[in-house]
Design a protein around this ligand. Sequence first.
Ligand SMILES: [Ca+2]
Length: 218
Amino acid sequence: MSIPSFSSKTLGYGSLAVLALSFEFFGGCTPTPSVFSDDANGYPPHASVEKNNSRWIWDGNIPGALEYNLDAFASVTSDSTGSAYKAPHQSSADHYVQFNVASISNATGPFVACRLADRNNFVGVRVGNNGGDGVLELYRRVSGSLTSLHVEGAGTVALNDKVRLECVGTNWEVFLNGVSLASGAIGDASLTSPDTGLVARVVTSNPWIDDFETGVVR
Ligand SMILES: [Ca+2]
């Protein structure tokens, strides 16, 4: 049995448009994935993220600021402003970011970020050493200025723990291994970006994090 073929000549463009709409209505088109993840595995040593994975959207500020190394992510710039790497667009400002902790002893600095408009505007979580190992810190950054939103002290976070930050409406909530640690108000109405991602900055942390994931909070 032969399969009928259609062309614009036999159907006309109006018919094709109807066909396309029907196809989409019945789920024939693949929607944009609601979850994006990157396990950072399988790259050469010190592979810059922007040159090795086109799914990340780099801001062009500092080449090689974020690397794949040792099957994890490494932040490798001393610049305090830093460079942003956005995950694919999340389509909603109500979203989460999560990651596994790959170091608790590097100085805190680089951020895993929600509401990531750009490297100077986001809500970000970071872990590492700040007066002790295993500190967790939450900040908002607006026009480059960092404001502390929350701190969990030394010993809070252990190697390979899973940290998650959710931003929903005007609030944030941070989780450790699936358990809520704290929540509060973002406190700045300008932070409404539907983008998420990573901001490498201020210190070298190698490795830094692993198994990044982001998606919409439903
Ligand atoms: Ca990995």
